[in-house]
Ligand binder design. Sequence first.
Ligand code: PHE
Length: 350
Amino acid sequence: MTELEKLQASCFLEIGGCDNLKKLDALKNSIFGKGGKIVELMKELRNLNNEQKRKLGSEINLLKSGILGKLNSKFHELEMKELEQKLLSEFVDVALPPRPEHCGKIHPLTKVEEEVVDILSSYGFVFADGPDIEGEHLNFTALNMPNHHPARTMHDTFYVHRPADDNGRKLLRTHTSPVQIRAMLAHKPPLRVFSIGRVYRSDYDATHTPMFSQIEGLIVEKNVGFSHLKWILADFLKKFFEVKDLKMRFRPSFFPFTEPSAEVDINYKVEGGKIIFGEGEEWLEICGCGIVHPVVLGHGKVDAGRYQGLAFGFGLERLASLKYGIPDLRGYFEADERWIDTFGFSHAIR
Ligand code: PHE
């Protein structure tokens, strides 16, 4: 075996025994790098005559390309191996159940929203939407609260710096009722819609926050009256609170956009610090409702001689607090992880 053949054999042996890319890189350097085996070999050329130089030169070139070929295929082999190992170690089994310590919780408002939407949909209500930044016309005037109507001051309104348009000055809607008008203008009756969303009033204490959420229902049909409203609300509340014998009390009230108007109370008692609905003689206010005022139907381009409107509105946080025993309203909006840990719902029971 010539010297060159020996060198080639030892290089091949070393390359073949290499088991990772780092080692292979170092090996390549020791062969081809500065002071490497090939460079040492080239030095020998200096002492040879032309004829010998040409011969050894071409032999060295052959050796170089042989070793390089072997190196490259080893590089490829090790790269594939490392990739495979990486893929195996980073494998994620998406079918595994989530680890509770890394799992977020469902906000009570989301939970209650889903429950409410489920029940309302079962009566044929469909979702209707409106913007948070509303015009004075839809938020107040079209709801039978003309300029300087005292009821406007009942809602401490946030006005926003945006140019007024046909819909009047811009404000953050103080209730979801403007969606009533939007829905009537967008669709001809018969109509059965609900809307859910944020509303804003300048108020802040344990039972009031500047932003909260409302759900509003509107029916515009022929031959409907207070008895239908009563049935829907009774059925809704029994289903929502999961109490068959829940009692309801309608108290006369006032909203400019409904006539007659009522507030609905449900019965409860407190036992062992817990509130139990459907038992006892205490009453808790839960929603506002009424027969839509003909003026409001008119603003919605509905013929008040042929159609009647029924409307009701709930505070979503109030529903959630009562059903799930959440004490302070402010917790809903403080983004405190401890709060959501305590009052949030796990994904499993959704
Ligand atoms: N919009 C009323 C409020 O915010 C609630 C309501 C809605 C009352 C629909 C009657 C009918 O107080």
